[in-house]
Design a binder for this molecule. Structure first.
Ligand code: HEM
Length: 406
């Protein structure tokens, strides 16, 4: 089924994108000197030392100890060291032995509730799954899990200014800032007192292989712990939660693809998911700031030190030179055909490439595999698209699914 954004031509092929038109109309990148979308050039940029992390929408916090800065904002040797310290949370063994059983348990519980009610909002199910898994990675496992998920959701939605037109935010900020700060402060206190403190106490007695144990060992302050937990929640929960709903929507709309997914091997299922993610990546832009001079993609210009570069993930993912013909079509054979890896630019590239990619793909795969085997599963209402300025992407809300009651 086509979403019909571009009229199908012989080389353009079918257009399976769900969010392209919405993003083109609504999302404006943060201020940047250049926007790049040539796949090969973008990959080079991300792999070039001196092209540093640069996030205009997310300024790093001013912490008392610079070693406690979230590694998202670090570059070079400091980044490499910290990144090495998180590697054990994301090994294939950790995915298989720690996260996979939790994914299955979460789905047992969520599907049982779904079947009792006969109806559910898909984003509620995907939030519970992604929150459970990310919090296992972080180590926030010594408190009420459903309550923690509510706090995370609250924090994710707390900046209501981002959902307003820019002019409205500018007018209302002076009047409503105190309200925003108070509500956010309450949620942060809850996150710290009710969830981080019990987890930290438990890890002090018995360290584990998780983020909280690392922070306890390194004596992180309250502020640094809160920021790190929130950063993981943003990275691990937000993108995956949206992706799961998006992939479900695509599978509802494409019965043949759904059949292929349900009959496929694990690798075939992942190939389908990666193709879906290619077309509608969760975050549209990544940002970098150059510290060096470098020629532009066409060789005619140059990138200068200090330039902020917005990397258009969505456009890079449909660059026909890299992805081949019919770039807007879901085609799980594409990576084989083009001799490429299937994730294209969706998980980034270079030293900051998403360490959670395999976790995200596994949890999405398990979630969808379980969901589409529920007897009587059907789509009652497709999701609405909401702009997510902070993550430079979209959110999918209000997707209702139903099944036979048991
Ligand atoms: C579909 C789901 C996901 C997508 C599309 C995604 C995408 C990305 C992208 C594009 C980056 C690179 C950002 C940049 O270079 O500026 C990134 C980084 C990161 N992601 Fe993910 N991610 C997903 C799920 C996850 C999960 C499940 C986790 C952890 C549980 C996670 C943890 C991280 C971390 C810690 C980083 C920062 C790495 C660094 O700066 O070195 N992500 N992600």
């Amino acid at each position: 089924m086509s979403t019909g954004i571009a009229e199908a031509g012989t080389t353009a092929g079918r257009d399976d994108r769900k969010t392209a038109q919405f993003i083109a109309e609504k999302l404006k990148p943060f201020k940047a000197n250049r926007i790049e979308s040539d796949f090969a050039f973008v990959r080079d940029l991300l792999r070039t030392p001196g092209i540093n992390q640069g996030r205009p929408g997310l300024a790093p916090a001013n912490l008392d100890n610079p070693d406690h800065e979230s590694f998202f904002f670090l570059d070079g040797e400091r980044h490499r060291k910290r990144r090495a310290s998180v590697a054990p949370y994301f090994t294939p063994k950790a995915v298989l032995t720690r996260y996979l059983p939790l994914m299955q348990r979460t789905m047992d519980e969520e599907i049982a509730k779904f079947q009792t009610k006969g109806m559910a909002r898909l984003e509620d199910l995907s939030l519970q799954m992604t929150s459970n898994i990310t919090m296992e990675v972080v180590g926030l496992t010594n408190s009420d899990n459903a309550e923690l998920t509510r706090v995370i959701r609250g924090l994710m939605n707390s900046n209501f200014f981002l959902r307003m037109p820019r002019w409205a935010a500018a007018v209302l900020k002076p009047m409503l800032m105190w309200h925003y700060r108070r509500e956010r402060g309450k949620l942060i206190d809850k996150l710290y007192n009710d969830h981080i403190v019990p987890a930290a106490e438990a890890r002090r007695k018995e360290p584990k292989n998780d983020v909280i144990s690392y922070m306890v060992k390194e004596n992180y302050s309250k502020q640094a712990m809160v920021i790190e937990c929130q950063t993981y929640a943003g990275a691990g929960v937000t993108a995956t939660k949206e992706f799961i709903v998006l992939a479900a929507w695509q599978l509802f709309d494409h019965p043949d693809l759904r059949k292929q997914f349900l009959e496929g091997t694990e690798a075939e299922q992942v190939a389908i998911l990666e193709e879906i993610l290619r077309l509608d990546p969760a975050g549209n832009y990544m940002y970098r700031q150059s510290t060096i001079e470098m020629p532009t993609a066409d060789g005619n210009g140059k990138i200068n030190p200090g330039d902020v570069i917005a990397i258009n993930v969505r456009e890079a993912n449909i660059d026909p030179v890299a992805v081949g013909e019919r770039p807007f079509e879901i085609d799980p054979e594409r990576p084989k055909r083009t001799k490429n890896t299937g994730s294209w630019m969706s998980f980034g590239d270079g030293p900051h490439r998403c360490p959670g990619a395999q976790v995200a793909l596994q949890e999405s795969r398990v979630f969808l595999d379980r969901l589409f085997r529920v007897p009587g599963i059907r789509l009652v209402k497709p999701p609405e698209l909401i702009l997510a300025v902070q993550t430079q992407g979209y959110e999918l809300r209000g997707c209702i699914v139903a099944c036979d009651k048991v």
